[in-house]
Design a binder for this molecule. Structure first.
Ligand SMILES: [Zn+2]
Length: 460
């Protein structure tokens, strides 16, 4: 292997780091990239893509096999026109690679020798399946995460003078780490709350008065309830920014968070362990942007996997162009969204979308109807009579027919449960053409969700 090619890749990435230590102005950390004309952005992407393919071909046997199988030589990739010819990369392929070559597989560009000498940390996918997929990152990558996330936090309005609490454990999950290092770069102090239970976190918010809270949307709602139980009003907590990540955050959930926390700015981070562990996407106050000088973002048709143009809905595919260890090519993340190239009010030129509906893996098929749990969440949380928790239960009747049940709880004792159940059933029929059995329970009946919501029980 030529060490020169690794050096060439790292030099290229370093040459695009701008104002790495400090923001350029009050609105943009890197105005030359955040507002880069799209033709120039394309040149940057093509330069990075060409080298990324050569680099992976040399350092990742997984990608060498994939490209060989597709009959593509690295020199064939010259522009973004060649991108759709490159095969998609899926979770399943990575899982098979891990099973065949445990424990790390070969889909990253580091081996034991390199990682042991230049490593930073290892992250894994949350394993509901047998073996998690592991991703080894290097100290070079820590710099890239810091830089991309600092740009994103700046776009979200986090500023010196803030203080932050990160409601995540000290775990191998990517979500928190890039944010931690970026806050360090901004010199915004951090209250680490890994190892604290939710009461301790609520106590920390009431006592140390952070202005920024980062959490899953589920936990943000839950935490407001714990604060109230402890006799504190979340609306007077001094929190001004809530950064939500790890789950979709539909409009009705944002409205509930605002109701619970008062006049907070709700911002979102978007990414995935495999291809966008630092900032793939972030909100600017108007839309959710993808950072396009560091990640290529496409949407593809869910069935044919052919690219769909901006303006049409499709599944998100991300190519990571800012990593030493893990510059994945065309990873099928699988969230549904619709990309837009329209100018954004914030002045950024990068692609954006109104939001994301959740991973295709979470999508349910009920009696032939496609149903996202986040869409049910949006429907239920628009009803002020209902509390924050709900459960979607799928099972079969005695005769074997599929049955959809919704368990919800009332917010208070006063409302008419039968009337509420009927309204939910009507809304479900109007929106999704589904007729669920609705069970309306007293407030506090359903289990509270603390971290990532598990609101679907599929017992079919
Ligand atoms: Zn914007």
């Amino acid at each position: 292997m030529s060490a020169d090619l690794r050096q060439e890749w790292l030099s290229l990435l370093t040459s695009h780091l701008c104002h790495r230590e400090a923001p350029a102005d009050d609105r943009f950390w890197c105005p030359e990239y955040d507002r880069m004309p799209r033709e120039r952005l394309r040149e940057v992407q093509e330069e990075k893509l060409r080298l990324a393919v050569r680099y992976l071909y040399e350092y990742s046997p997984f990608y060498r096999r994939k490209l060989d199988a597709a009959g593509i030589a690295p020199a064939d990739v010259r522009s973004l026109h060649d991108l759709p010819r490159l095969p998609l990369t899926t979770k399943e392929e990575m899982s098979l690679d891990v099973a065949a070559r445990p424990p790390f597989g070969e889909y990253t560009a580091v081996d034991d020798e390199h990682w042991n000498r230049h490593g930073w940390m290892m992250f894994t996918t949350s394993g509901t399946t047998a073996q998690p997929r592991a991703f080894r990152y290097t100290s070079f990558d820590r710099e890239m995460w810091t830089w991309t996330n600092a740009r994103a936090l700046w776009a979200m309005g986090v500023r010196p003078g803030d203080r932050a609490i990160l409601c995540f454990g000290y775990g191998p999950h990517v979500a928190m780490w890039g944010m931690l290092y970026a806050l360090n770069r901004l010199q915004v102090p951090v209250i680490p709350s890994g190892g604290m239970d939710s009461r301790a976190r609520a106590f920390a918010i009431a006592t140390y008065r952070p202005t920024v809270v980062a959490a899953t949307p589920s936990f943000a709602l839950f935490l407001a309830g714990v604060l109230r139980e402890l006799g504190h009003d979340p609306r007077r907590s001094g929190v001004r920014t809530l950064i939500c990540l790890g789950e979709p955050c539909p409009e009705a959930t944002r409205a509930r968070i605002r109701e619970a926390w008062g006049e907070v700015e709700i911002q979102q981070f978007y990414g995935c362990t495999e291809a966008a562990p630092s900032c793939g996407g972030y909100t600017c106050g108007h839309a959710l942007h993808f950072m396009e000088d560091t990640h290529l973002v496409e949407t593809v048709d869910p069935l044919t996997h052919e690219p769909v143009p901006p303006g049409s809905p499709g599944l998100v595919v991300i190519t990571n162009l800012c990593s030493e260890a893990s510059p994945q090519i065309r990873f099928l993340v699988g969230d549904f969204t619709t990309l837009s190239t329209e100018p954004c009010a914030c002045g950024r030129t990068h692609l954006h979308c109104p939001g994301l509906s959740g991973r295709a893996d979470d999508m349910l098929n009920v009696r032939g109807v496609t149903l996202f749990p986040s869409a049910v969440e949006d429907l239920l949380r628009r009803m002020p009579e209902l509390g924050d928790e709900f459960l979607i239960v799928l099972d079969r009747t005695d005769r074997g027919a599929e049955r959809l049940r919704l368990q919800v709880e009332m917010r208070g004792p006063e409302a008419n449960a039968a009337l509420v159940a009927r309204r939910i059933a009507e809304e479900m029929r109007a929106r999704f053409d589904l007729r669920p059995d609705v069970e309306v329970m007293p407030a506090g009946s359903l289990p509270r969700t603390e971290f990532k919501a598990r609101r679907v029980r599929d017992q079919r």
